[in-house]
Design a protein around this ligand. Structure first.
Ligand SMILES: [Zn+2]
Length: 216
């Protein structure tokens, strides 16, 4: 079992005129859902016909998740959420490229989401490939290039255990930095307390999501 790493980063964010404040409620709601999932007591709320009809008229997701495309990490399942609850951006390595950032800006500024979780996960194949340093050819390389700085930092760390997990965590930190540097919209909302951004780690073995802090 890998040690839990909790890096919680709250980059405040500043946004649009009628923005609601970020509150602790969104994180609590996500973690409560993960607790239900962990204990085998998922409610599958908001997944029925009535909810489908309700959200067909419009969406107001309470949180955004930037997670890996990995088939084992579906946010709606591991947080026990339903239709219209989460605005999810999934891309290999949960990297923050311009399309991902644009999607998240839409979720925050237009849809009104006030919480963003960058979710890395145990045994991430994209991070593993970046650590190995090979070239895959085609567009896969752009994913590997995005993860390479985090992989390099993990390799340079004198700690020799759990290299893959440390690189995954470094990648979450890298993405948090990328959001603050390359998305003035999200960073501005964070600075005003209108958006809370956290990093987290999903444990494939246990099913637990562990909020994480940025940096060491
Ligand atoms: Zn992955």
């Amino acid at each position: 079992m890998l040690r839990p790493i909790v890096m919680m980063t709250a980059l405040a964010l500043a946004a649009t005129s009628n923005a609601q404040p970020a509150t602790p409620d969104q994180l609590q709601r996500l973690m409560a859902g993960n607790a239900r999932y962990l204990s085998g007591q998922s409610t599958h709320l908001n997944q029925d016909h009535a909810r489908r009809a309700e959200v067909a008229k419009g969406q107001k997701p309470f949180a955004m998740v930037l997670s890996c495309a990995d088939s084992r990490v579906p946010p709606e399942i591991l947080f026990d959420q339903g239709l219209g609850d989460l605005f999810v951006v999934r891309v290999a390595g949960n990297i923050a490229d311009s399309n991902a950032l644009g999607s998240l800006e839409y979720g925050a500024q237009v849809l009104g989401a006030r919480f963003l979780m960058v979710l890395g996960h145990e045994y991430c194949g994209a991070v593993d490939a970046a650590l190995k340093g090979g070239r895959a050819g085609g567009n896969i390389d752009s994913v590997l290039d995005a993860i390479a700085p985090a992989a390099g930092r993990a390799k340079a760390d004198p700690a020799k255990t759990d290299l893959l997990d440390r690189a995954m965590v470094e990648n979450v930190r890298e993405v948090l930095m990328a959001i603050s540097k390359r998305s003035p919209a999200l960073a501005g909302m964070a600075a005003k307390g209108e958006l809370k951004i956290v990093g987290a780690r999903y444990d494939l073995d246990s099913g637990a999501v562990t909020p994480v802090t940025a940096g060491k």
